[in-house]
Write a protein that binds this ligand. Structure first.
Ligand code: RTP
Ligand code: MG
Length: 139
């Protein structure tokens, strides 16, 4: 079966709470291979650029503030059916609606501080991964 890639970030709330290792363990246990990974912090300007698709949404300003409030762990992942399977693994945006056993059910605090990001298409996975990692950092 051919593999494809997805992009994720462990968000500031989950990093600050010390859930990085547990979340990466769940991701690898679900069959995803790490292609690139680092720890960094976005400026509000960079967060604004990353979330540009949401700039007309009411939550955009708060989201950019929150996503630049602390360190994050961006990761490129590879697996068969990576984008859809990863969104199943993380669960619904609002943790109140997330399935039992999903990363957001376990670690998200609110609709905004929801522990983790997952790309919504192959095309966006490519754009988002390249936002954080040079080609020479992707293996
Ligand atoms: P993500 O992009 O982080 O994987 O999340 P998603 O697809 O499930 O949700 P999306 O609609 O793309 O929203 C991006 C992020 O914005 C925050 N958000 N806050 N307060 C609100 O109503 C609200 N809605 C969304 C969340 O952090 C969400 O993950
Ligand atoms: Mg999204």
């Amino acid at each position: 079966m051919p593999t494809n890639k997805t992009f994720t970030m462990i968000k500031p709330d989950a990093v600050l709470d010390g859930h990085t290792g547990s979340i990466i363990k769940m991701i690898e246990a679900a069959g995803f291979r790490v292609v690139a990974l680092k720890k960094t912090q976005l400026t509000p300007e960079l967060a604004g650029k990353f979330y540009e698709v949401h700039k007309e949404r009411p939550f955009y300003n708060n989201l950019c503030k929150y996503m630049s409030s602390g360190p994050i762990i961006p990761i490129i992942l590879e697996k068969e059916n990576a984008v859809a399977d990863f969104r199943t693994l993380i669960g619904a945006t609002n943790p109140a609606n997330a399935e039992e056993g999903t990363i957001r059910k376990l670690y998200a605090k609110s609709m905004e501080a929801n522990a983790i990001h997952g790309s919504d298409s192959d095309e966006n996975a490519e754009i988002e991964g390249n936002f954080f990692f040079a080609r020479t950092e992707q293996f």
